[in-house]
Write a protein that binds this ligand. Sequence first.
Ligand SMILES: O=C(O)C(=O)CO
Length: 347
Amino acid sequence: MIYKSVAALSRSLVSRSGFVRNMSESGRFNVYITRSDMPDVGVDQLRKECDVKLWEKPSPVPRAEFLKSVAGANAIYCSLSDRIDKELLDAAGPGLKVVSTISVGYDHIDVQECRKRGIKIGYTPDVLTDATAELTLALLLSTSRRLPEAQHEARTGGWVSWAPTWMTGPGLAGSTVGIVGFGRIGQAVARRVKAFNTARILYFNRSERPEAKEIGAEKVGFDELLGQSDFVICCAALVPETKEVFNKSAFDKMKNTAVFVNTSRGGTVDQDALIEALKTNQIRAAGLDVTTPEPLPLDSPLFKLKNCVVLPHIGSASIEARNTMSELTAQNILAALNGKDLPAELK
Ligand SMILES: O=C(O)C(=O)CO
């Protein structure tokens, strides 16, 4: 669909949302943003060229409100918390040209349905790779060297003397690290892990990755990776094939001393099986930046386990990454609305 036809469609929209209905009058496209606290840099770019409407709170827009307010939008600027499905696309109406998510993950978007309707999808690969890899290493070390537990002890009187076996955990040097999902983030994690003098880096991925050679990573089968790794890191996108791949059978195959880290999506893990594996010391510990659901309810057993570190999905939360993600999200929208190639389109 080209610019002109969107304009024509938009002219005929009956908007329930308060968007300017008649593009020929305003000459501007309608953009709906799903929360008020998206980084300014991208939002400001959009405001220069478009009529921007946003959910006024720094929290995900409630579904009913989203369905109501999105009517008449030509573009949606969303996050991974917003479900973009058939119902939502219907609610937006025929003028919708692009869905642009401030995330590299797109499991919250019905990609098939967007394709059917000729709606482009923008996302933010590359610009968050370093930030997410850094956080993965931070979480891995926090989990294996028990930093949250140690801090708690120091603050609450548990630190009575230096003690030779207290608060010990496995080191990375000389270890085998297995990475499941060897795309941009998996590779960036491998490069960083290597600097810790690991003995071997294994990876499991659908296809062989040419970059692995230079990194020094070996492609192995999933079961082999589970059985041999001291650290198992999940960097795989959530797609039907990766849903709950980390299940009881997978945890049973891991070493009892293994540390499991997940910075991809909670849906790759059967969480009940993980809780059981942690409770029974089937594995040593887990570090999770992602869970099911998110936010994780306060009464989740994961919060009660000393051998589990839970973070609130902050993988990409470096200031630089979030600003660049916001800019890219806006640029994807502006390009799509102006009939140009998106800088980062999900193909
Ligand atoms: O961009 C994503 O998909 C994220 O999960 C951000 O942390």
